[in-house]
Write a protein that binds this ligand. Structure first.
Ligand SMILES: [Zn+2]
Length: 428
């Protein structure tokens, strides 16, 4: 049995993005916070007063709400050990996975995907969205059904969402698009309609069919969009235009959008202006972009492949950072720890203030929903907290591996440092 956290956590360092504008500052830093917990929820968050208190004294440890993995592939993860030698680049990896997929069984997918969820849970993830390779014009892939069952198995620990990762050409006929959307919509909760949108399979008409079908069956959409450095790629710009024209009612997540980084500044920024006016959430996958973009054997990559994360956030576009592939043909790195993905992004994209500003990109699960307006870490929210006991807010995510994960106020992972419970006079 997990143990319960005390009802009071003092001297927590919360990220600036989560605090109200009027929160007092200590120099350039937000004042430390005291969190009062009750019945598994956060009852109150107040500036630390310095009064002697029971409970845990976190001594300024950075604290985040439960983490979000916005974009993973747990159907493919942990296949690397059986794949043999790999060719570089995104399209070669796709070919390798198509061949491996023929060997998948229910037990194989269940074992590998369960391992993913366990790793994510231990990292503090409360919500995980996975894509699922889908090449069937009719019927559902074997892994799709396994993932649906895993969603039920894990319902008390991780909210598991599934995206059908379908080649865009399967939406070329309106009837085919409707049939796919109908199948996805009928497959239980947590399902989104998805597609792989790339200049090698580009069709504006197919994309239109996809959105029409999603609208008809009440589905949100999640696209692998412009995952390439071809400046001609127009998936994101066309998506923004189509959603506006259709007054699309759902949320559309556009993952990767690497091509923005290869386009002229004026073109890329005009596209982002259109995205900001549409119900679009962007997801950046720094680890796989670094590994798969501008990738050739024997040649040092010159381009980083990251989308324009700063320009997107400057326009108020919801943008999440996530892990993508782990130990498969696409990527040997990763551990379903969004903090690790953010650490890569912080270096690759030169993100200032990873804790106070950019940790929002691994915490805002509401940015994947139709009405993103419920930030976590508020009074009344479930006490799902990730406490980084060995880190500080200046250097975070350095030394962020060590953490205590609370779920509904109980210790779910990690061990509580002795110094949190030592009774000493606290100082403001
Ligand atoms: Zn992906």
């Amino acid at each position: 049995m997990s143990s319960s956290a005390p009802s009071l956590l003092t001297q927590a360092r919360l990220p600036r993005w989560s605090l109200p504008a009027a929160w007092p500052m200590q120099g350039a830093q937000p004042m430390l916070a005291d969190l009062r917990l009750r019945d598994g929820c956060i009852e109150a968050i107040t500036p630390h007063t310095g009064a002697r208190a029971d409970g845990w004294n976190l001594h300024g440890a950075p604290v985040l709400p439960g983490l979000v993995e916005a974009h993973t592939h747990i159907d493919k993860a942990f296949t690397l050990s059986r794949l043999g030698a790999l060719k570089p680049g995104l399209l070669a990896a796709i070919e390798t996975m198509i061949a491996d997929r023929l060997t998948w069984t229910v037990a194989d997918v269940h074992e590998r995907a369960s391992r993913c969820l366990q790793w994510a849970f231990e990292a503090g993830v409360v919500k995980l969205r996975t894509h699922c390779d889908w090449w069937e014009p009719q019927g559902t892939p074997l892994a799709w059904n396994v993932l649906r069952e895993l969603g039920e198995e894990w319902v008390d620990r991780i909210a598991l969402e599934r995206v059908s990762l379908i080649a865009l050409q399967l939406f070329s006929e309106r009837d085919g698009a409707r049939s796919l959307a109908k199948t996805v919509a009928a497959s239980g909760p947590g399902a989104c309609l998805g597609a792989f949108v790339h200049s090698t399979n580009w069709s504006a008409q197919s994309l239109r069919h996809l959105f029409e079908a999603a609208e008809e069956f009440g589905l949100d959409v999640d696209l692998h969009c412009d995952e390439e450095l071809n400046p001609q790629a127009e998936g994101l710009a066309t998506t923004a235009a189509l959603l506006r024209e259709m007054a699309f009612g759902g949320r559309v997540v556009c993952g990767h959008t690497c091509a923005l980084a290869a386009q002229s500044e004026a073109q890329a920024l005009a596209t982002l202006d259109a995205v900001a006016a549409a119900p679009i959430t962007m997801v950046s996958l720094p680890t796989t972009n670094l590994l798969l973009q501008d990738a050739q054997t024997g040649r040092t990559p010159r381009q980083r492949g990251l989308t324009l994360v700063k320009e997107a956030r400057a326009r108020g576009i919801p943008l999440l950072i996530s892990t993508d592939n782990v130990q498969d043909a696409f990527c040997r790195a990763g551990s379903f720890d969004p903090v690790e993905a953010l650490a890569v992004g912080a270096l690759a994209a030169q993100l200032e203030q990873p804790f106070d500003e950019w940790s929002e990109a691994i915490c805002r699960g509401d940015w994947l929903t139709r009405h993103p307006n419920t930030p976590p870490l508020q009074a009344g929210a479930v006490a799902d907290l990730v406490i980084f006991g060995a880190a500080d807010a200046h250097g975070w995510p350095t030394r962020a591996q060590s953490r205590v994960v609370l779920r509904a106020g109980r210790v779910a992972s990690g061990s509580v440092p002795a110094r949190w419970t030592e009774t000493t006079e606290t100082t403001p």
